[in-house]
Design a protein around this ligand. Structure first.
Ligand SMILES: [Zn+2]
Length: 221
C-alpha cells in the first residue's frame, strides 16, 4: 500500500452544499484542501479534507469527500454504471431543518425532546431521529395530560380533548409506528419519512403551543 498526502488537489472546486448561515443550498468554493490518497494493487482511494467558503455570505465550514475505485454500481433502471462519493459537512446540517421560530416558548419537557430531535436529524442519526419523533409525541401527551396506558390510546385521547383534529390523528398514528420500528427493530427511517414526520410534528407544535400564544400577543384586546 502506498499512501500519498497531497495539498490543494481540489482547491478552487465549487461544490454546492447547504450553508448554515444562508440556510439554503449555496455554491461554495474550496479554499484549501489536503488529500489522503491510498494506492494498492487493485484499489485506489482518496479522501479530501477541505475548508470551504459560501460564495454568498462568505461563511466557512469544513467538508470532506471520499472516493474510491469501487464506489460504483450498475443502475437497473437506466442500465448505466454510476459512481458516487461520500460527503460529510461539519457542523452537520439538513436543508430546512432549523428549529421552528420561537421554539423556546414550548413547555420545557416538549422543548427538550424537540431540541434533541433536531440535533439527531441534523447529525444524520436516522434511528435516533425516528425514536425522537416518538419521544416528542410522548412529551406532548404528558404535557396535555392525555390519558391511556399506551401511545395509541393517548393520541386518541388528544382528539377527545379537542387538542388535535381528526386528520391529525391518522397522521400521528403513522408517526407513532415510525418510532416503533426505530425502537424495536433498530431500523433507520428514510430521509423522506423523517422529513414529512418533522413537518407534521412542527405543524402540531405550532398549532398547539406557539400560534395560540402569539395570537394573544399580536391581537391584544
Ligand atoms: Zn452562506
Amino acid at each position: 500500500m502506498v499512501r500519498t498526502i497531497k495539498k490543494d488537489k481540489t482547491a478552487g472546486e465549487k461544490p454546492k452544499l447547504i450553508c448554515a448561515e444562508c440556510r439554503i443550498s449555496q455554491n461554495h468554493v474550496v479554499l484549501t484542501s489536503m488529500e489522503d490518497c491510498i494506492d494498492e494493487s487493485n484499489f485506489e482511494s482518496q479522501k479530501s479534507y477541505q475548508i470551504v467558503q459560501c460564495l454568498n455570505c462568505e461563511a466557512l465550514c469544513f467538508r470532506s469527500e471520499y472516493d474510491d475505485s469501487e464506489s460504483h454500481a450498475y443502475d437497473m433502471e437506466t442500465g448505466e454504471d454510476f459512481h458516487w462519493t461520500a460527503v460529510d459537512i461539519f457542523p452537520h446540517r439538513t436543508a430546512g431543518r432549523f428549529k421552528i421560530k420561537d421554539s423556546f416558548l414550548l413547555p420545557p419537557i416538549v422543548r427538550k425532546a424537540y431540541d434533541e430531535l433536531v440535533d439527531a436529524m441534523n447529525a444524520g442519526q436516522t434511528i435516533l431521529a425516528g425514536l425522537g419523533i416518538r419521544v416528542v409525541l410522548e412529551s406532548i401527551c404528558v404535557d396535555l395530560k392525555a390519558e391511556g396506558d399506551n401511545l395509541f390510546k393517548k393520541i386518541n385521547d388528544l382528539l377527545v380533548k379537542g387538542a388535535i383534529t381528526k386528520s391529525d390523528v391518522s397522521v400521528l398514528h403513522k408517526l407513532r409506528s415510525l418510532g416503533n420500528t426505530a425502537a424495536h427493530e433498530a431500523k433507520p427511517s428514510s430521509p423522506e419519512q423523517l422529513d414529512l414526520a418533522m413537518n407534521v410534528l412542527e405543524h402540531l407544535l405550532l398549532g398547539t403551543y406557539l400560534h395560540p400564544r402569539l395570537a394573544d400577543t399580536v391581537f391584544k384586546t
